[in-house]
Design a protein around this ligand. Structure first.
Ligand code: PMP
Ligand code: GLN
Length: 405
């Protein structure tokens, strides 16, 4: 409800008027009130490694981080972030001036856009886009220009393989004199698309040619499956000096409630982002920062096991959705699978998701909320598979009972 005084001017300013309650809050509330299995909001139903939880407890008990940590983040964590970028991608960042700790990736996105945009600047984002992008662009006074990922049929190892693809010509054509920034997300929420090295190389070429800044949200960097590879944009030619890279411990270590995220980039870019960040939260998550520093140094075995666990879950839920009659896309990354509900005789994903708790006792997210071109997203529905195996099996069985003939 938009409040008003007698002057009839709405309380909520017009930049934010189009944004109601985020779909994640709405759908998690629906799951609670109907007792449904929540495959909507993307959070794991088991916590990350015990030793990392213990590291947070130790930090709390030892009085590390209980008072305001330094604005850019505690040195232990900044050093660990820089070491992570070096170890996994060979990218070098100076922990003192090229790394910034944020209150989750959400704050990193907001701070980057608030820092880098002037009112009226255009931002190109891949549609469907994660919902905070649109709101953060709006808060910064920018104009979003969506480039739509299109469904494509194919095969992978002889298995039908539907996925969403970026049309690079469309991206190139979307750039105007007013374009300031490309907002990229790979692995991509909600489609599960992982941009290939060839696609990213072309994106980099466009950014260099048109002298654009790039903000790249790589929070699912460790969740890539099959033969997909995560390629950080910042490592491609000409990109280091124009790219702000964003990561999150919420996704990589299954502690979404800790809200520890980070930014890496050149000192100039990080200084700009910090200028906005310091007036949003100043700092956050004191003791958790120490624990995430330990998490980032976990051996490769952790990252491999995490990926393999999610891969098995992807396969389990995808098979269940196909059995129930959904058209399931094959996500190459993230912990989401996007489905097409038209094979079920349905076409309106929003109405479908509202009725799903009653029909099947399951909650999912209508992809249309991530689109400006609502009609392009209407028949798609996203399910999260970052849940315990028995929960996914139960959900698959409920969906099969409700929809398979
Ligand atoms: N970017 C993407 C693509 C996401 O899916 C999410 C949701 N986790 C975020 C950013 C926000 O991450 P955080 O919880 O660290 O704020
Ligand atoms: N990133 C999570 C998702 O896409 C949700 C984050 C949130 O609730 N804001 O489901």
């Amino acid at each position: 409800m938009t409040g008003m005084t007698s002057s009839a001017r709405p309380f909520l300013n017009r930049r934010l008027a189009e944004f109601g309650t985020t779909i994640f809050a709405e759908m998690s509330a629906l799951a609670m009130s109907t007792g449904s299995i929540n495959l909507g909001q993307g959070f794991p139903d088991t916590d990350g490694p015990e030793e990392i939880r213990e590291a947070a407890v130790r930090a709390l008990r030892d009085g590390r981080g209980n008072q305001y940590p330094p604005g850019p983040g505690v040195p232990e964590l900044r050093t660990a972030i820089a070491a992570h970028q070096k170890r996994h991608y060979g990218l070098s960042y100076d922990p003192d001036i090229e790394v910034l700790v944020t209150a989750g990736a959400t704050e990193a996105i907001a701070a980057a856009l608030l820092a880098l945009l002037e009112p009226g600047d255009e931002v190109i984002a891949l549609e469907p886009y994660y919902d905070s992008y649109a709101a953060s662009i709006a808060m910064a006074g920018g104009t979003r220009v969506p480039v739509t990922l299109r469904p494509e049929e194919g095969t992978h190892d002889g298995v039908a393989h539907r996925r969403f693809r970026l049309d690079l010509d469309e991206l190139r054509d979307a750039v105007t004199e007013r374009t300031r920034l490309l907002l990229i997300n790979t692995p991509h929420n909600p489609t599960g698309t992982v941009l290939t090295r060839a696609e990213l190389t072309e994106i980099a070429r466009i950014a260099v040619e048109r002298d654009l800044l790039v903000v790249t949200d790589e929070v699912y960097e460790h969740l890539v499956f099959d033969d997909a590879e995560h390629v950080p944009l910042a490592g491609l030619p000409g990109m280091r000096e124009r790219t702000v890279t964003i990561g999150s411990a919420g996704k990589t270590f299954s502690f979404t409630g800790w809200k520890v995220g980070w930014v890496t980039g050149t000192a100039q870019l990080v200084t700009a982002v910090r200028s906005a960040k310091q007036f949003l939260t100043y700092v956050a998550s004191g003791p958790f920062q120490y624990a995430v520093a330990e998490a980032l140094r976990l051996p490769d075995a952790y990252f491999t096991a995490f990926r393999e666990d999610m891969l098995a879950k992807r396969n389990l839920l995808s098979a269940g959705l196909a059995d129930a009659g959904f058209g399931a896309f094959r996500p190459a990354g993230t912990y989401f699978v996007t489905t097409d509900i038209r094979p079920l005789g349905e076409s309106d994903g929003a109405a479908f998701c509202r009725s799903l708790p009653e029909r099947a006792g399951v909650v999912a997210i209508p992809n249309a909320v991530f689109y400006d071109h609502k009609e392009a997203g209407a028949p798609y529905v996203r399910f999260a598979f970052c849940k315990r195996t028995e929960v996914l099996m139960d959900a698959a069985e409920r969906l099969r009972k409700a929809f398979a003939h």
